[in-house]
Ligand binder design. Structure first.
Ligand code: GAP
Length: 485
């Protein structure tokens, strides 16, 4: 059997549309860029990932509780968090095509071109220059100077006719209340779910009987007016985050940061993501977000290269201190054991649910040639598979359908199942391979005699005869012992 791994994101985009995983938003109107809708299979896959995360973070930890904060928050929250001032991308416009680009990304692409041409000394020199512009006040001017000196042209029009570089805030602004018009009533769609946790830290402390160290987890939508947003659900303007803030005693933060980095990496493996497609990339000090003392990404090897799926951040007491300052409410914790008061430090784990869904699809995708026949198959971990069991009568005969319906009814209690009687058995298997369904059951005439059926396994296409009464156990055992290959 020859196996081909995924070599282009376009294949996932096509499969997603063809099989009902992910569609472009408002497609009948031409679509809305960087916004996507999940179809029947996608919604199940995404929900399975969300449930796996929630279980891993809250149900299996005695000291982590959940919240579900609103998307709209008091505008002061975003002043306190630093997002109003600091959540910007440096943008430059091509005057000829009117297209807007991220200035630092244009330079990165230029550096890559230099490398491709073998000019690595020049590329290194420029990379160093770019890296040291990172956090300085004159960032826009510095980036503009590099673009001018290097005579970097606009990728699409080829023109060298740029505006100045300007900071562009990524938060979506809207107005709150029917009568409001002016900027005084401006309110933001949250760009991260984390702040909903920080503003509820006191409420949780007062009600949930938690003691430090403890965590608060949340899953919810976030919105960013991303400028470069062309990579399917990898970078969206409306997306979902799964975040957890872990509150620790100052001084315990570094140890906790290392522990969470490991714990989170193991979670990816528990979803069946292949180890060779995962790596940890620490952020260099001069590239840290405004709130972080240390940060690392868990990256996945997408067809577009190694990219972040999750960020682990040591946020220190930055957020709680700022909320104390801006709200005037005390954020201190009294530590009974230590008999002292302090503002806790925070280790954050922050993962994008959509990006994680894309990762699962990319990791699972294979094209296989089997005895001259080809198939596309999603070798998803069975616990993530949108449909667990396909049930087929061999032919459309009432007696076979009756037994198939009976099996469907029994298995439905515990698994997502799909009944399918159309097309040849081979075609039905292929459809379920593309949907990632790990088990398919075929009901034939022999089964009417001896109460057995054929179960076919997605990954190796092996088949075996199983008694109808044992189906539940066989499926459960296979799900438990499943390993990625
Ligand atoms: N609270 C910290 C925070 O938001 P981040 O690194 O900006 O950190 C965390 O985002 C995760 O959210 C990323 O690792 C990514 O998976 C996801 N994410 C961020 N921006 C995204 C976007 N535009 N589209 C899809 N996912 C995104």
């Amino acid at each position: 059997m020859s196996v081909k791994q995924l070599d282009s994101l376009d294949k996932i985009v096509s499969l997603s549309k063809a099989r009902g995983f992910i569609f472009q938003s408002s497609e009948i109107y031409g679509g809305l860029s960087a916004v996507y809708d999940y179809g029947p299979l996608g919604v199940e896959l995404k929900r399975n990932i969300r449930d796996a995360w929630w279980k891993a973070m809250t149900q299996t930890h005695d000291n982590i509780v959940g919240v579900d904060a609103a998307i709209f928050m008091h505008p002061k929250v975003w002043e306190a968090s630093g997002h109003v001032e600091g959540f910007n991308d440096p943008m430059i416009d091509d005057k000829q095509s009117k297209k807007r680009y991220r200035a630092d990304m244009l330079i990165e692409q230029h550096i890559q071109k230099l490398r491709d041409k073998g000019k690595s000394d020049k590329a290194d020199e420029l990379q160093q220059k770019l890296d040291t512009t990172g956090t300085r006040k004159g960032l826009c001017e510095d980036l503009y100077d590099i673009i001018m000196e290097e005579e970097i042209k606009a990728p699409e029009s080829g023109a060298f006719d740029w505006t100045e570089v300007r900071q562009f805030n990524l938060m979506f602004k809207t107005h709150y209340g029917a009568t409001s018009k002016d900027d005084d009533d401006a309110i933001y769609l949250r760009p991260e779910t984390a702040q909903g946790i920080f503003v509820n830290y006191k409420n949780v402390l007062d009600t949930a009987r938690v003691q430090i160290p403890f965590g608060i987890a949340q899953v919810g939508k976030a919105f960013r007016n991303e400028v470069v947003a062309r990579q399917f659900v990898f970078r969206m303007r409306e997306f979902e985050q799964m975040e957890m803030q872990y509150f620790v005693q100052p001084g315990e933060d570094e140890k906790s940061y290392e522990e969470w980095l490991n714990t989170r990496l193991e979670w990816f493996k528990s979803l069946g993501i292949r180890e060779e497609n995962l790596r940890v990339a620490p952020h260099p000090d001069d590239k840290l977000a405004h709130y972080a003392r240390a940060a690392a990404d868990i990256q996945f090897n997408f067809p577009i290269g190694w990219q972040e799926v999750e960020g682990i951040h040591n946020r220190t007491d930055f957020d709680l201190s700022r909320h104390q300052e801006y709200s005037g409410k005390k954020m201190e914790y009294f530590d009974q054991k230590e008999q002292k008061r302090y503002i806790p430090y925070v280790v954050e784990t922050s993962i994008g649910l959509d990006r994680c869904t894309l990762m699962a699809l990319c990791d699972a995708y294979r094209e296989e040639e089997v005895d001259g026949d080809s198939r596309t198959v999603l070798k998803l971990h069975p616990k993530l598979a949108p449909t667990k069991v396909g049930i087929f009568p061999l032919v459309k005969k009432p007696e076979l359908k009756e037994l198939a319906f009976k099996i469907e009814k029994n298995l439905k209690e515990d698994f997502t199942v799909l009944y399918d009687e159309s097309g040849s058995i081979g075609k039905r298997y292929r459809r379920q391979d593309e949907a990632g369904t790990p088990f398919c059951i075929t009901v034939d005439f022999d089964g009417l005699e001896d109460n057995t059926v054929t179960i076919r396994y997605r990954d190796d296409m092996e088949q075996e005869r199983v008694s109808v009464d044992k189906l539940d156990t066989v499926i459960r055992n296979r799900m438990k012992s499943w390993k990625s290959e």
